[in-house]
Design a protein around this ligand. Structure first.
Ligand SMILES: Nc1nc2c(c(=O)[nH]1)N[C@H]1C(S)=C(S)[C@@H](COP(=O)(O)O)O[C@H]1N2
Ligand SMILES: [Mo]
Length: 555
């Protein structure tokens, strides 16, 4: 076990590390039916009519090499790197999942409506139960980096690897078409479908169909499965990932509909992970059962013979991949800051160029407001805040200071007299849950017009009455440019009523193109600065400093 200090130990390695999976019974029944239907059909067909006819495999010999064949070097390397990145994505994805160990098909994530949960706990109704309380421990054997509430580090891996995965995929697909190798993966006639079914009937009856030499051709089922993995699995996984981005969802609210909503996208992202892992298991099993040494020579060396070298090098490659998990584990815990900065160096330019340009314009109706909205964060403990709660913040004055021409101290009524706006938007927490709520408050733009930032001011910091996870005041920063965008509110009301103590009274920020942790609750003061680097550890917020979260979480 990694040596944690006491504070990190309570967060990352809690006494309750039980692992439970519960699946809604109707989902279990549906999954079993879905899996059994083709099997039963195949069994019935074989019992009634015998094993179906399979077209004879064309004979290949060096004098008769019709069509593209073989495994060029780029294909073999793409295959290897795809495996490297995919495993990292799965492992870091599991760590992310454990941070909100429930999956739903409704946008509000109402406890009790999940179709699967990875926690033995039921959400208590007699006390505040935050999403952070709900995070679960996952063993570092399965998760990267594992342990509990390590979503920041896990996301660093997930996003570094997703670029590797996408770039590998794009190069692979481009070269498939350039080289003509695509013809090996894309069926060229509809007859491939009945042929694939006939092949499946053979497998389902534990009867291996005649094995074509994969160096020259695949059987019909194999071809269709490979086609699906490359041209269907990968795009669905990537699109479902994108459909969890706050800026994508709040800019293109109908985009997640293709997955049945924002949480449908998260569920399908997970189910696709299962599909990848299921494919991997079936693929490796068949590679091993249908001539392991020869198959390994194909994919490792690009040769077609029975020598053991491909297998040996392949096993070395596998050992390297396993070794990469161990190295990744140590980087996660020894150099998380470096990892955070590498991810930032890769992701931030891409986010600035693409996602950050999209302006939120999510519009939801009152009927869509979530019945439950997960609370998050540590309630302020400060005496002055508690007293203000008791007298409904009548004496509260928001301080707005720093690099401004006109520093102000404003009461809640002075603030609201600047002119309130109202939006119904979808909130996205880094942990994975979402919720729709209505927010009232003044656009940050109005406050900015009032205080007149000096030209040197580029960042705006929001300081909370509440503490951060590891102590010190919770704070976060925004660029001045971002808080001037539409739908950025200094909110004082939620769902038509003044903010309650739980949800951030007296004021909280709303920035609909970013994740929840950027939206400071229980705001005490606002400061305009030259740069976010001047505060805390210089990363731009309490979570960025201590939990290695992103400075710019558009996704
Ligand atoms: N002061 C403070 N603000 C905070 C947090 C916190 O821990 N402290 N948590 C953030 C996170 S992670 C989220 S998701 C949202 C949650 O808002 P909610 O409680 O209204 O759901 O608040 C954000 N603001
Ligand atoms: Mo969050």
């Amino acid at each position: 076990m990694i040596a944690f200090d006491a504070a990190h130990r309570t967060v990352h390695y809690p006494p309750d590390r039980r692992f439970r999976i519960w699946i809604k019974p109707s989902f279990v029944v549906a999954a079993i039916c879905l899996a059994l239907t083709p099997l039963v059909a195949a069994w019935v067909q074989a019992a009634a009519f015998g094993l179906p006819y399979l077209a004879p495999i064309p004979e290949f010999h060096p004098a008769n090499l019709a069509g593209v064949h073989g495994f060029p070097w780029w294909l073999r390397w793409a295959h290897f790197f795809n495996f490297v990145f995919l495993m990292m994505l799965v492992r870091s994805g599991l760590s992310i999942l454990a941070d909100h160990p429930r999956l739903y098909f409704n946008n509000g994530c109402t406890p009790g409506t999940e179709w699967i949960r990875f926690t033995p706990l039921h959400v208590p109704t007699d006390r505040m139960w935050t999403a952070k309380d709900d995070a679960r421990y996952i063993s570092p054997i399965f998760g990267l980096p594992g342990y509990r509430h390590t979503v920041g580090v896990a996301r660093s891996w997930h996003f570094i690897d997703v670029y590797g995965f996408i770039i590998t995929g794009l190069i692979f697909i481009a070269l498939l078409f350039v080289s003509g190798q695509w013809a090996r993966l894309v069926p060229n006639t509809w007859e491939a479908l009945p042929a694939a079914w006939a092949t499946f009937v053979h497998y389902a009856n534990f009867h291996f169909p005649p094995e074509p030499d994969g160096f020259y051709a695949y059987n019909a089922l194999q071809q269709i499965v490979y086609f699906f993995v490359v041209f269907i699995f990968a795009p669905i996984s990537i699109l479902a990932g994108a459909a969890m981005s706050p800026v994508m969802v709040n800019r293109f609210p109908s985009f997640p509909h293709i997955f049945g909503g924002r949480q449908g996208a998260r569920s399908i992202h997970f189910l696709m992970m299962l599909a990848w892992v299921g494919f991997l298991i079936a693929h490796v099993t068949l590679v091993a059962l249908t001539g392991f040494e020869r198959n390994m020579n194909h994919i490792v060396l690009g040769t077609d013979n029975y020598r053991p070298l491909g297998m040996i090098l392949g096993l070395v490659g596998l050992a390297l991949v396993l070794g990469s998990w161990i190295v990744a584990h140590y980087i996660s815990w020894k150099s998380p800051r470096l990892l955070q900065h590498i991810q930032k160096a890769i992701s931030q330019p891409i986010r600035l160029a693409i996602l950050n340009r999209l302006n939120p314009r999510g519009r939801y109706t009152k009927e869509q407001i979530s019945p439950h909205f997960w609370p998050n964060g540590k309630m302020p403990q400060r005496e002055d805040w508690r007293e203000m709660v008791a007298n409904e913040f009548r004496n509260f004055k928001l301080k707005v200071e720093g690099l401004v021409e006109n520093p102000v101290e404003l009461s809640l009524s002075e603030i609201s007299s600047l002119g309130e706006d109202e939006y119904i938007t979808m909130h996205h927490c880094i942990q994975g849950w979402s919720g729709i709520a209505q927010w009232n408050g003044i656009p940050m733009k109005k406050l900015i017009d009032l205080v007149k930032p000096k030209p040197a001011a580029t960042a705006v910091a929001f300081f909370s009455f509440g503490e951060a996870l590891y102590g010190g005041a919770y704070y976060d920063t925004q660029t001045l440019e971002n808080v001037l965008k539409p739908e950025c509110l200094l909110a004082s009301a939620m769902n038509g009523a003044p903010l309650t103590a739980e949800y951030g009274a007296p004021l909280r920020l709303r920035v609909e193109n970013q994740l929840g942790y950027k939206m400071v609750k229980w705001i005490e003061r606002i400061e305009f600065l030259e740069s976010e680097k001047m505060l805390g550890k210089g990363e731009g917020g309490a979570n960025e400093d201590d939990e290695y979260f992103d400075l710019l979480p558009n996704i």
